[in-house]
Every structure is written in structure tokens, then in C-alpha cells.
Design a protein around this ligand. Structure first.
Ligand code: IPE
Ligand code: IPE
Ligand code: MG
Length: 251
């Protein structure tokens, strides 16, 4: 044995811990099934889902994730029975009253994407107030997708680009990916690095179609109301094991 052991070969050195994803987006699914499994009305699942949102925001802050985007209500969810839509908008109104001050105290900046004008005036006002109250916060950028549909968003962006071209503010020949992104509702946000979907479904359901181009996906069977800190940490650990190549040659 030599007196000094040689340095381990490069590949054997412990790898530096991978940085956490800058932006995690979550399709929060399974509230209804959670409630049904307990013989409860669907609204009970949505309420319990609200607690999971709290836990997830805490987990994101703890793990140093700077951007968290939560899919809370899709543009297609308006097709649900009127009573459920009413329950969901009622819960939204309730959370806007009860949670925003605490979010702000915790350094959370709130941003809403989606067709907010489909909600009642009082909700639209509360959304605007929540955004302006939290606008100087920097610890966590929390985006809630409400009445959000990615195809709608892309069509709206195309419309805005076309209007800019007609007004002479944009040369169509100069429009590139970055330029087009600036017309989307996510213009100021990085693309999601990791998209988590709960409840065992494996689809995007019209969520962030453009922005997800190179996202990593983690699907879990956990129903959203059961989701917590440990599941969030597990998803981040799974992300850390992925080899993101962005189309380039493997290292
Ligand atoms: C997610 O849970 C919440 C919303 C889509 C508003 P669901 O209500 O979709 O629950 P499942 O999928 O029926 O279990
Ligand atoms: C997707 O869930 C939307 C949200 C989680 C807000 P859905 O439950 O509406 O999706 P589908 O209908 O199963 O695709
Ligand atoms: Mg669902």
C-alpha cells in the first residue's frame, strides 16, 4: 500500500449536489377521488387540497425553489357541474381573504395567469389586490393558474404579436422564440424545470404547453390532498437524478 492513497478517479468523486430546479410547476389533481374514497363530498377534497397547497409552498421555500406554479383551475374546468364550480370559486374567495397576508409576510410574491375576467368582479379585485400587496416580495414567486388554458394563452400571444405587427411595432421577420415568449402570460418567468402531476394521471391537460418544451416530468399516484413536504422532496430528488441534455450530445 502506498503511504498516501491516490485521489479517486474523477468519476468516483462524489458529485456536487445538483442545484434544485429554479421553477417547479404542479398539476394538483385528485381532490375528487380523495373525497370519494372517504365518502365525502368533492368540496371536502378541494378543501383538503388547500392544505396541501400550504404545505407545498412551505416546502418550496425550504428547498430553495424560487418559482412555484400551481395549476388550480383550467379553462376546461368551467365545464364541471355548476355546484362544483360555485364551491371552487367560493373557496378561492375564502383563501384570498384568509391567506394573502400570511403569504406576503413569508416573502411570497403572487402572480395569476389565466382568463381572470371570467371570475366575478369581487374575485378579480381581490386577485389584483393580492398581486399588488405582494409585488415587492422576492423569496418565492408563486404563480397560480386560474381559468388557465395553454392553447388559449398561445392564441392570445399570437393575436398580440399580430396586433403589434399591424401597428408597426414588430417586424414579423424578426419574431423569434424569445420574442414570442414575451407575448405569453409567463413572459417574466423562467420555463418550468420540473412539472409534477399527482393522482396517477399522465397528461398535461392544457398546462404550459409552450413552456414545458424541456421540462422534466414526475408523475406520482399520491392524491393532491395527501401531498406534502416529503413528496415534494422526493420529486426534487428524482429530478436531481435526471440527465437534462436539451438535445445536445450526452456528456
Ligand atoms: C383537482 O382535483 C382540482 C381541480 C381540477 C379543480 P379534481 O377535482 O380534478 O379531482 P379528481 O381528478 O376528480 O379526483
Ligand atoms: C387538470 O386537472 C387541471 C387542474 C389540476 C387544475 P383535471 O382533473 O381537470 O384534468 P383532466 O380532466 O383529468 O384531464
Ligand atoms: Mg382531476
Amino acid at each position: 500500500m502506498p503511504a498516501t492513497s491516490p485521489l479517486p478517479a474523477r468519476a468516483e468523486r462524489p458529485a456536487a449536489p445538483a442545484p434544485p430546479p429554479a421553477h417547479v410547476a404542479i398539476i394538483m389533481d385528485g381532490n375528487g377521488r380523495w373525497a370519494a374514497a372517504r365518502g365525502l363530498p368533492r368540496i371536502a377534497g378541494h378543501r383538503a387540497g388547500g392544505q396541501a397547497v400550504r404545505r407545498t409552498i412551505e416546502a418550496a421555500i425550504e428547498q430553495g425553489v424560487g418559482w412555484l406554479t400551481l395549476y388550480a383551475f383550467s379553462s376546461e374546468n368551467w365545464r364541471r357541474p355548476e355546484a362544483e364550480v360555485k364551491d371552487l370559486t367560493g373557496l378561492l374567495r375564502h383563501y384570498l381573504k384568509s391567506e394573502v397576508a400570511e403569504l406576503s409576510a413569508n416573502g411570497v410574491r403572487l402572480h395569476i395567469i389565466g382568463e381572470r375576467d371570467r371570475f366575478s368582479e369581487d374575485i378579480q379585485l381581490a386577485l389584483r389586490e393580492a398581486e399588488s400587496l405582494t409585488s415587492a416580495n422576492r423569496r418565492l414567486n408563486l404563480t397560480i393558474a386560474l381559468s388557465y388554458g395553454a392553447r388559449d394563452e398561445i392564441v392570445a400571444a399570437a393575436r398580440r404579436a399580430a396586433e403589434a405587427a399591424r401597428a408597426g411595432r414588430l417586424d414579423p421577420a424578426e419574431l423569434d422564440e424569445a420574442g414570442f415568449s414575451a407575448f405569453l402570460s409567463t413572459a417574466a418567468m423562467p420555463d418550468p424545470d420540473l412539472i409534477i402531476r399527482t393522482s396517477g394521471e399522465r397528461r398535461l391537460s392544457n398546462f404550459l404547453l409552450w413552456q414545458a418544451a424541456y421540462a422534466e416530468f414526475v408523475f406520482t399516484d399520491v392524491l393532491w390532498p395527501d401531498f406534502g413536504q416529503a413528496h415534494f422532496a422526493e420529486a426534487l430528488a428524482e429530478y436531481a437524478r435526471r440527465d437534462r441534455r436539451f438535445g445536445a450530445r450526452p456528456a
